[in-house]
Design a protein around this ligand. Structure first.
Ligand code: ADP
Ligand code: MG
Length: 688
C-alpha cells in the first residue's frame, strides 16, 4: 500500500521522476567557470559581466540619497565596490567584514569609479574548485529555488535507472547515419550536455536551441510523436466500423438529395466526396478532415456522406460548436432531407427537459435518422440506436477536453463510427505533419461558381457617417448587410452595451429599413427568430456581436462592416468576412478601426485587405500565435512538443517522419518501450 503524502514542490511542477527531471532542460546558463582577479574584472570595463572574489573590508548602510547597502571587497590586486538598493538583513550578515565572498555581475560606472550593482553573492571557501560547466538556469514556478532544481536534476542524472531509459534505442545503423551527417551526440550525452555544458560551449546556439545537443533532443521528441501518430494510424485500421459502399440497392437517399439540390457540385466537391465515399466503404473508421475556405460548400458534402450512411440504414450525426451554427445546419438539412422522408432531429442544451427526453428517445429507438446538434449530442444520456457517421463542424473550436470527450464517446459505441471533421481554418503543413498525422485530409480548393471576390476596405472610425451613408445606398438596392460590433474581451456586459448603442444609432439613421440585433445573451429561440427574419429579408441590416462568426449563410447579405476591427485576430476577421461573398452581388467588407493603431494591428489590417487566401492568413496566424492556440492545447496547459518549434525546426519533421517509418517497418519491437519512456501518461493528448 502506498501512503498518501502531499506532493512536493517539484512534483507539483510535474518533476516527479528522473526522466521528468532529465527532460526539464535549462532555459539559459550562467558562467561561473571563470574567476577573475578584481583588477582583471575591472579592466574588462563597463557593462562586462564578470565573476570575482575577495574579502569584505567594509559593510555600511547609507541613507542618502536613499537607503542602500555598500560593501567593499578586496583581493591582492584591487578593491571593488558592491551596491545593493534592496537587501535583506541576511545579506548584510553574509557580507560582514572578514567574510570571503564570490560575486558575479555587470561592472558599471558608479559614483566612485567602477562597481557592481546587485551582484549575486556566494560565501566561498577561498581555494574551493570552480565549477567546470556552465550553471543551468531552469524554468521554475514561484517559490522554487534554482538550487533545489539543480540538485534534483543532477541527482536524477546519476540514477542508474535513468541511464537505462536514456540508452540509445535507435539501432546503430540508423544512428550512425544521423550522427555523422548532423554531428549529433547520442541522447544521453545530449541531455547531460544541455544540463551541464562545458565552460567553452557555444552559448549562442544553446540559447537559440540550434546546438547539436538540442537537435538530438528535438529529433527524439519529433520521432516519438511521429511513431505514436503512425501507430494510431495502424490501430485505426485494425478497428471495425460498418462499411457503406456505394451500391445500386443503397442509393435512394443519396440520389434524392442530388436531385433536391438547387445547384450542381463543383469539381472540388465531387473530388472530396469521392474521397470520403471511399473511406465510408472501408470496414475501419474514417478519420478525415474536410478543409475548405469559408463559403466553399462543405455542408453539402457532409450531407452526401450522411445520405450514404442513411441509405444503409444507419444514423448520422452532425455536431457544431455553437448553437447558431448547429441550427443553421439543422435548417439546411431539414430543407434537403425532409422532402425525402428522412426524420431529422435537433438536440441542444437549450431544449426543454421534456423535448430533450423525447428527442433522445427517437435517437435511441432509431426513429431519428439524422441528428443535428451541439455538444449536447455526446452526453452520456444520448444513446444512438445505430450511429454510422459523426460529422464535426469547426472541430478546432471545441476545446481539447471536449475533443477528447468526443473521441471517447465515439470510441465507446459498440463499433467505431466514421468521423468527418470540417474546418475553414487551414492547417499549415508543419502542423498537419505533426499533430494531425493520423488524419486524412480532403481540401475543397475551389469556390462555387459566380462568387465575386470580396473587396476589403480599411476605414478610420472617424468616417463612420460616410460608412452609414454608403450603407443606406446599399440597402436601397435591395441588398442586405451585417454590422459586426466590437469584441470586448474584458466584459460581456460592455460588449452588449456597445452593440445596443450601435443598434439604436443605426435604427435612427436608417428609418427606411428594418434593423435587427443578435448577440450572445439572447435565448436560442430569440436568436433563431432574428436569424430567420434576416434570412427571409424581413430584416435588412443585422447588428451582431461575434455570434455570427461561423457558418451563417445568407447569400443576399454581401456587405459587412466590422467595428473596431483592430481588436480582432486574423482568423476571426477572415471567418467573419466569409459570411459575405456568397451571392452574385459584389461583396464588400469594411474594416473600421479606431486610432491610435498599434503597429501589429496596422500590419494585420493591411494584410487582411490585400490577402483573401485563408491558407496564407492561417500561416501568418500560426507564426504569430504559435500552434497551441490553433490546436486548443493552451486550454489543457499541455503542449505535445516541448522542445520543437514548428517554424524553426520544420526540416527536422521530415527527417523524423522518415526515420519513424523505417523504424516501424524494421524494428517494431523497439517502438513501444520508446513511447513509454518519453511520453508516459501524455499519450492521450495525441488523440484529441
Ligand atoms: P462552408 O464551406 O463555409 O460551410 P457552406 O456549405 O455553408 O460553406 O456553403 C456556402 C454556400 O454555398 C451555401 O449557400 C451553399 O448552399 C452554397 N453552395 C454550396 N455548394 C455549391 C455549389 N456547388 N454551387 C453553388 N452554390 C453552392
Ligand atoms: Mg460551414
Amino acid at each position: 500500500m502506498t501512503t498518501k503524502r502531499p506532493p512536493t514542490a517539484l512534483e507539483k511542477m510535474g518533476l516527479d521522476s528522473p526522466m521528468a527531471l532529465a527532460l526539464h532542460l535549462p532555459s539559459r546558463y550562467e558562467d561561473e567557470t571563470e574567476l577573475l582577479s578584481i583588477e582583471d574584472a575591472l579592466s574588462r570595463g563597463r557593462f562586462a559581466s564578470a565573476q570575482t572574489q575577495g574579502v569584505v573590508i567594509r559593510n555600511q548602510v547609507l541613507f542618502r540619497p536613499r537607503r542602500q547597502l555598500l560593501v567593499t571587497i578586496e583581493d591582492d590586486t584591487a578593491v571593488l565596490q558592491l551596491r545593493f538598493l534592496n537587501f535583506y538583513p541576511s545579506q548584510q550578515k553574509q557580507m560582514t567584514v572578514g567574510a570571503h565572498v564570490r560575486v558575479r555581475g555587470d561592472v558599471r560606472e558608479g559614483f566612485q569609479g567602477l562597481e557592481m550593482v546587485h551582484p549575486t553573492v556566494k560565501a566561498v571557501i577561498p581555494d574551493a574548485p570552480l565549477p567546470k560547466s556552465l550553471t543551468p538556469v531552469y524554468p521554475a514556478t514561484a517559490g522554487i529555488s534554482q538550487a533545489l532544481i539543480r540538485k534534483a536534476v543532477s541527482q536524477a542524472l546519476r540514477e542508474p535507472s535513468l541511464q537505462e531509459s536514456l540508452a540509445e534505442f535507435l539501432p546503430k545503423s540508423f544512428m550512425s547515419d544521423l550522427r555523422s551527417s548532423h554531428d549529433w551526440p547520442n541522447l544521453q550525452a545530449a541531455i547531460t550536455y544541455l544540463h551541464q555544458p562545458p565552460a567553452d560551449a557555444d552559448t549562442q546556439s544553446l540559447l537559440e536551441r540550434t546546438h547539436p545537443a538540442w537537435r538530438r533532443v528535438q529529433f527524439e521528441e519529433l520521432l516519438t510523436q511521429q511513431i505514436s501518430l503512425k501507430r494510431a494510424h495502424s490501430i485505426r485500421r485494425q478497428r471495425h466500423a460498418p462499411s457503406f459502399p456505394q451500391t445500386q440497392a443503397h442509393s435512394e437517399i443519396e440520389a434524392g438529395l442530388l436531385k433536391v439540390l438547387p445547384f450542381t457540385l463543383t469539381g472540388a466537391q465531387e473530388r472530396v466526396w469521392a474521397e470520403i465515399g471511399n473511406d465510408l466503404a472501408n470496414a475501419f473508421p474514417m478519420n478525415r478532415l474536410l478543409q475548405g475556405d469559408v463559403g466553399s460548400g462543405k455542408t453539402v458534402v457532409a450531407a452526401l456522406a450522411a445520405a450514404r450512411v442513411m441509405d444503409h440504414g444507419y444514423q448520422a450525426a452532425v455536431m457544431a460548436p455553437t448553437e447558431i451554427l448547429a441550427e443553421q445546419h439543422y435548417l439546411k438539412m431539414k430543407e434537403w432531407f425532409e422532402p425525402l422522408g428522412i426524420s431529422v432531429a435537433w438536440l441542444s442544451g437549450s431544449l426543454k427537459a421534456k423535448e430533450k427526453r423525447l428527442t433522445q428517445e427517437l435517437i435511441e429507438n432509431g426513429t431519428a435518422q439524422l441528428i443535428i446538434g451541439t455538444h449536447a449530442l455526446i452526453q452520456e444520456t444520448v444513446k444512438f440506436a445505430k450511429l454510422g457517421l459523426a460529422v464535426i463542424d469547426e472541430q478546432h473550436r471545441f476545446g481539447v477536453r471536449q475533443r477528447l470527450e468526443i473521441q471517447q464517446r465515439l470510441g465507446s459505441e459498440l463499433f467505431y463510427c466514421h468521423q468527418l471533421m470540417m474546418s475553414a481554418t487551414p492547417i499549415p503543413r508543419t502542423l498537419a505533419m505533426t499533430y494531425y498525422a493520423d488524419l486524412d485530409v480532403s481540401v475543397i480548393d475551389e469556390l462555387p461558381p459566380g462568387r465575386k471576390p470580396i473587396v476589403t476596405k480599411v476605414v478610420k472610425a472617424a468616417r463612420r457617417d460616410e460608412v452609414i451613408d454608403g450603407l443606406r445606398d446599399w440597402l436601397g438596392k435591395g441588398l442586405q448587410a451585417y454590422w459586426v460590433c466590437p469584441l470586448i474581451e474584458e466584459s460581456e456586459v460592455l460588449q452588449l452595451q456597445t452593440a445596443v448603442e450601435s443598434f439604436e444609432q443605426l435604427t435612427l439613421a436608417l428609418p427606411d429599413f428594418k434593423v435587427g440585433l443578435v448577440h450572445g445573451r439572447l435565448k436560442g429561440e430569440e436568436k433563431a427568430a432574428v436569424m430567420s427574419a434576416f434570412k427571409a429579408n424581413a430584416i435588412q441590416l443585422l447588428v451582431a456581436t461575434t455570434v455570427i462568426e461561423v457558418g451563417v449563410d445568407v447569400p443576399n447579405a454581401a456587405l459587412m462592416v466590422i467595428e473596431h476591427a483592430e481588436r480582432f485576430g486574423y482568423a476571426q476577421i477572415h471567418q467573419l468576412r466569409g459570411r459575405v461573398g456568397r451571392g452574385s452581388a459584389d461583396s464588400v467588407c469594411i474594416l473600421m478601426y479606431a486610432e491610435p493603431l498599434s503597429l501589429a494591428a496596422k500590419e494585420r489590417l493591411q494584410t487582411l485587405r490585400e490577402i483573401s487566401d485563408g491558407f496564407v492568413i492561417a500561416e501568418r496566424d500560426l507564426s504569430l500565435r504559435g500552434p497551441g492556440e490553433l490546436l486548443g492545447a493552451k486550454q489543457s496547459g499541455d503542449s505535445m512538443l516541448r522542445f520543437v518549434d514548428l517554424q524553426r525546426d520544420a526540416w527536422l519533421i521530415e527527417l523524423a517522419q522518415h526515420v519513424a517509418e523505417r523504424l516501424l517497418a524494421e524494428h517494431a519491437d523497439l517502438v513501444e518501450r520508446h513511447l513509454e519512456r518519453w511520453l508516459g501518461s501524455r499519450t492521450e493528448f495525441l488523440k484529441a
